[in-house]
Write a protein that binds this ligand. Structure first.
Ligand SMILES: Nc1ncnc2c1ncn2[C@@H]1O[C@H](COP(=O)(O)OP(=O)(O)OP(=O)(O)O)[C@@H](O)[C@H]1O
Ligand SMILES: [Mg+2]
Length: 371
């Protein structure tokens, strides 16, 4: 778990230690532990039902944990009610007050805090300006688009200058274009304000493009907590490898560090993980690491392949190949358009496929552990 610790000397801002949550006999959070640094943007990423919202609500105090401790800015908060914790929250469904204008929604929490009416009005105007909807200040939620409502919700969440901003799928109800724009704006805003932020999402592109670090969750547990590039390039489990990005996988038998047997073939692979000899493992490679070549003799990491389909999509094309000596199921390669012509890649064409050893990753079959 050493990778969960912040760098030397830097105190974590938020730490969860062994947080579990049961609903009756069902455990939905299972010993969740991690630390987040001040100012970090962290995403909880995982499939539907894996516990992302529950974990966010436990951090906010909107749900109580069954076990475990939570520390925020040096303070034990696990047993404090939500009202005594320091956070702002934005839900997927905006949850604005329908009978209040944008300005009144943003200013709602500022009332009763010893600020004058003028100060509240000035602060609301600043916040609406910050989220880019100053001209809609007097409108009611029903008169605003989804994207505009979500901007109001964000302004309301940061109005009290909370130490922690919690976002539960804030963009998922929006259409693709608005979503892409807000994604960038929210990231810029978070950087500008330096506010420690946790965002829940089940969208891998969103998590990888926005977060400083991503917590990949599966069935109530943390599978991996790392930077987006490490999560993609060096997934720690088969689940993470398959949940984040495309990947080709086949079963193999572990021989030795750096070598596995696939069917009758011994192939070289990345030697950073070791298993007991003769253990069944999964061997995986990303489509962009599959190298296509003109047909040549096969052997070692070079396989004979037949092109099944070619799917053009902008700069890159996705090629489905039959590689029977590697896998019963077809594998995918992702290549630049100019390679299609250079290698004369067409349906039915025979090629060679090289799977570079340093790009072949090994994983335990779910439930088994590497040694
Ligand atoms: N109040 C509740 N009572 C019983 N079970 C619950 C309750 N709230 C959530 N659950 C269960 O806990 C599990 C985790 O739910 P949660 O809402 O945290 O998932 P999620 O990762 O946010 O999923 P999604 O991506 O669909 O929003 C689910 O199996 C859900 O059915
Ligand atoms: Mg959820």
């Amino acid at each position: 778990m050493s990778r969960l610790k912040p760098p030397d000397g830097e105190a974590p801002y938020l730490t969860l230690a062994g947080v579990s949550k049961n609903y009756g006999a069902i455990r939905v959070l299972d010993e969740v532990s991690f630390s987040i640094r001040k100012g970090e943007f962290v995403c909880f990423l995982g499939p539907s039902g894996c516990g992302k919202t529950t974990l966010l609500r436990v951090i906010a105090g909107l749900e109580s944990q069954s076990a475990g401790d939570i520390q925020q800015d040096g303070r034990e908060i696990a047993r404090l009610p939500a009202s005594e914790r320091d956070f702002g929250i934005v839900f997927q469904s905006y949850a604005l007050f329908p009978n209040l204008t944008a300005t009144e929604n943003v200013g709602f929490g500022l009332k009763g805090r010893g600020l004058s009416r003028t100060d509240i009005a000035r602060r609301c105007a600043e916040l609406l300006e910050l989220v880019g909807i100053a001209e809609h200040a007097a409108k009611y939620p029903s008169q605003l688009s989804g994207g505009q409502q979500q901007r109001v919700a964000i302004a309301r969440a940061i109005a009290m200058q909370p130490g922690l901003l919690l976002l539960d799928e804030p963009l998922s109800a929006l259409d693709a274009r608005v979503r892409a724009r807000l994604r960038e704006e929210m990231r810029d805003l978070q950087r500008k304000l330096g506010i420690t932020t946790i965002m829940v999402t089940h969208d891998q592109d969103e998590a990888l493009s926005m977060a400083d670090r991503v917590i990949v969750m599966n069935r109530g547990r943390v599978e991996q907590f790392d930077t987006p590039s490490t999560i993609y390039r060096d997934p720690s489990t088969a689940f993470v490898a398959h949940f984040v990005g495309d990947i080709n996988t086949t079963q193999a038998v572990f021989q030795d560090r750096g070598q596995v047997q696939v069917g009758d073939r011994l192939i070289a692979c990345r030697s950073d993980r070791s298993y007991l000899a003769s253990t069944t493992v999964l061997v995986s490679i990303r489509p962009e690491e599959v190298v296509l070549r003109p047909r040549a003799a096969s052997g070692g990491n070079v396989f004979s392949a037949t092109v099944e389909t070619v799917e053009f999509s902008g700069i890159l094309s996705r090629i489905r190949l039959s590689v029977p000596d590697f896998s019963q199921r077809p594998i995918h390669a992702c290549v630049l358009g100019n390679q299609i012509e250079a290698l004369n890649i067409r349906e039915g064409e025979e090629l060679s496929v090289a799977l570079p050893a340093e790009k072949l990753m090994l994983f335990s079959v779910e439930g088994d552990a590497a040694c």
